[in-house]
Design a protein around this ligand. Structure first.
Ligand SMILES: Cc1ncc(COP(=O)(O)O)c(C=O)c1O
Length: 370
């Protein structure tokens, strides 16, 4: 965020900045969604909805799970939330007590541990590297499971590493956590944005998991602030009550927009965009390696590459500042994502058009003097 602010400031002074730090799709909200939303707006019926969300939307998401993962999900277990962020708040709010511990990877999306401390619970970060594709596995969970461990968070594809957990590992993690009566939280916000075969959902292996998802990334609707949460049946009442008290409802315009996001026309457009992200990802991966960045485990999804920059610097933060200042290239230093060798890592986001990425690489090449 600090880098982004600096980049914006330089831009306001007339500098041309290549943005490779931004964690949201550059694509606009797709047309079918905009058209449906304008119609709803013109009808003027923008009212509260049930706290759990519009029944048609919950039903539509259940159908989507059938189509994508061949799993049956009772729509009563699906809650519409203000983004994945709202879904996290509800999930952790109903399942954690003060002092409980949640295991997650280091590096990780930084807001997660802040959410956990908001509930007076504790994060135990497990350092991961290319050896496990930057993901957790059952062995790591067993090794780090403590007396106070209550939950495990798995994010796949992950931010900042773009890594995807193997289906077999996800299944073993689900089984281990269920066997210990813990809570498995699966952040699936980058599903749909995978370069190879589709990422597995934790729901394929159990009904007793919490699945967090969103319209922000694959659906390119960050600013609509809408996501969803699927919970084990035993938690439905608690989530319903918490959602009612905290949000009353997710914005109804966004819910109508999300309904339109499942039209065939829209899904086709989203698939084209996912293919474009994959093309950019491949380009950036090859180019960064050519310049001398080490990427030991090939990222398979999201729109990030977490590259080791130790060939050029011992301080990725200073590297990012200097790159911005000297060449107008904006990237995110590792220190945003944890304490596992952050100084050696930079996150590159390919949320910008191909010709801008090419320009970014030219600037980076000049900067590192390759
Ligand atoms: C891994 C991960 N989870 C959750 C979120 C929050 O997303 P939302 O916009 O749906 O609140 C983000 C946002 O970047 C993210 O990267």
């Amino acid at each position: 965020m600090e880098l982004l602010q600096k980049a914006r400031k330089l831009e306001s002074q007339g500098r041309d900045i290549v943005h490779m730090e931004i964690g949201e799709p550059d694509f606009a909200t797709p047309d079918p969604v905009i058209r449906a939303s304008v119609e709803i707006l013109q009808q003027g019926q923008i009212k509260y909805t049930p706290a759990a969300g519009m029944p048609e939307l919950r039903e539509k998401i259940a159908q989507y799970y059938q189509r994508q993962y061949a799993v049956d999900v009772d729509p009563q277990r699906i809650f519409i939330t203000p983004g994945a962020s709202g879904a996290f708040l509800l999930t952790l709010g109903v399942s954690l007590n003060p002092g409980d511990e949640v295991l997650m990877t280091d590096p990780c999306y930084p807001c997660n541990s802040n959410f956990i401390s908001f509930f007076d619970a504790v994060t135990r970060m497990i350092p991961v590297d290319a050896g496990t594709d930057f993901q957790l596995n059952a062995q790591l969970l067993e090794q780090h499971w403590g007396k106070r461990t209550r939950g495990v968070l798995i994010t796949s594809p992950a931010n900042p590493t773009g890594s995807v957990i193997a289906a077999k590992d996800l299944q073993q993690c689900v089984e281990l956590v269920n066997g210990r009566e813990g809570c498995l939280y699966s952040d699936e916000i980058y599903h749909g944005l995978v370069h190879g075969s589709a990422a597995a959902s934790a729901l394929q292996f159990s009904d007793r998991v919490f699945v967090i998802n969103s319209f922000s990334k694959y659906f390119a609707m960050t600013g609509w602030r809408i996501g969803w949460l699927i919970v084990p049946e035993a938690y439905c009442d608690a989530v319903q009550r918490l959602a009612q008290n905290i949000f009353i409802s997710t914005p109804s315009l966004s819910q109508h927009a999300a309904l339109a996001a499942f039209s065939e026309e829209n899904l086709e457009e989203l698939e084209n965009r996912a293919a474009e992200f994959a093309r950019r990802g491949e380009f950036l991966y090859q180019e960064l390696r050519r310049l001398g960045f080490a990427i030991a485990s090939r990222p398979e999804g999201a729109f990030y590459i977490y590259a080791d920059c130790s060939k050029f610097t011992a301080d990725s933060y200073q590297f990012a500042l200097d790159l911005l200042q000297q060449e107008g290239g904006a990237v995110t230093p590792g220190k945003d994502f944890g304490s596992n060798a952050p100084h050696r890592h930079i996150r590159f986001a390919y949320t910008t058009a191909m010709h801008r990425l090419e320009e970014g690489i030219r600037r980076l090449e000049r900067f590192v003097g390759a």
